[in-house]
Design a protein around this ligand. Structure first.
Ligand SMILES: NC(=O)c1ccc[n+]([C@@H]2O[C@H](COP(=O)([O-])OP(=O)(O)OC[C@H]3O[C@@H](n4cnc5c(N)ncnc54)[C@H](OP(=O)(O)O)[C@@H]3O)[C@@H](O)[C@H]2O)c1
Length: 239
């Protein structure tokens, strides 16, 4: 059982993030507050219909790299979760610029890096005080085996995406070690290759299967898992 009363999911308007919100909203006993963030709430039709059917789902606007909006965003989250803090942060939002080794531009490198690595870290650091005061104190990063150096080979290429996820892994593992003193457990996941806009239609996993597996695995996490890189089933992924 996922024993959390407050959760925040980034990139919740489509793909893996939307599926997280759908499944979290259907869990019993009900999670008190599920904060679903997206860049454009007005256009988030499916997410809005989940929120209309579940009064524990709150939609907040967030662009990961809109750093100037972070103070106002923090205040909105704090108002929702109150003194209970934020039990579980699911850092899901990300992009994949799928260009080949021969073609990737400097701009594509920087865009992947800014959103997947820098934005994800900055948001996590911003929200850490709310996680620190919660009961469960969990941070999950949806990274990718694409960022595994041991598994790296020339297939696909995608150097900008791979580099941004490898960078995310080192930054978040370092931060995991830094905030373990506050009792916070941070775990880096690969969700598997899922059928989403990012994963494409040839992907091998249905998104609902990957997310239900992730939720099962997240519900088992404890301090021993801090700083680990796991797949959706909780098996270690090589760095
Ligand atoms: N699908 C796979 O096979 C796979 C495999 C390994 C890892 N992953 C990881 O899983 C996560 C989710 O992927 P997905 O497959 O669900 O992708 P997706 O369907 O393309 O969804 C990506 C989500 O991230 C949001 N996002 C992108 N840039 C953002 C920004 N600057 N600020 C805030 N939100 C932003 C998108 O919002 P907009 O709609 O506004 O663009 C969207 O909600 C990503 O981190 C990805 O790297 C996916």
């Amino acid at each position: 059982m996922l024993d959390v009363s407050t959760v925040l999911v980034t990139g919740a308007n489509r793909g893996i993030g939307l599926e997280f919100v759908r499944q979290l909203a259907s869990l019993e006993p009900k999670i008190s507050h599920i904060i679903a963030t997206c860049r454009n709430p007005d256009a988030a039709k499916e997410l809005k219909s989940i929120a209309e059917a579940n009064n524990n789902v709150h939609i907040l606007k967030l662009g990961l790299t809109d750093y100037n909006s972070y103070d106002a965003f923090y205040a909105e989250v704090e108002k929702i979760v109150g003194e209970s803090g934020l039990d579980l942060l699911i850092n899901n939002a990300g992009i994949a610029i799928h260009t080949l080794l021969d073609e990737t531009t400097p701009e594509e490198f920087m865009e992947n890096f800014e959103i997947n690595t820098v934005g994800t870290f900055m948001l996590t650091r911003k929200l850490t005080p709310l996680i620190k005061v919660s009961q469960r104190k969990l941070i999950v990063y949806i990274s990718s085996t694409a960022g595994s150096i041991e598994r790296a080979n020339a297939s696909f290429g995608y150097p900008a995406y791979k580099a941004s996820k490898a960078a995310l892994n080192i930054v978040t593992r370092t931060y995991a070690d830094y905030i373990k003193k506050d009792g916070i457990t941070s775990v880096i996941f690969c969700p598997g290759w899922c059928k989403t806009d990012l994963g494409g239609s040839n992907a091998i996993l249905e998104t609902d299967f990957a997310v239900s597996s992730l939720i099962k695995t997240i519900s088992t996490l404890n301090a021993e898992n801090n700083g680990c890189f796991l797949n959706y089933e909780g098996k270690p992924v090589p760095w």
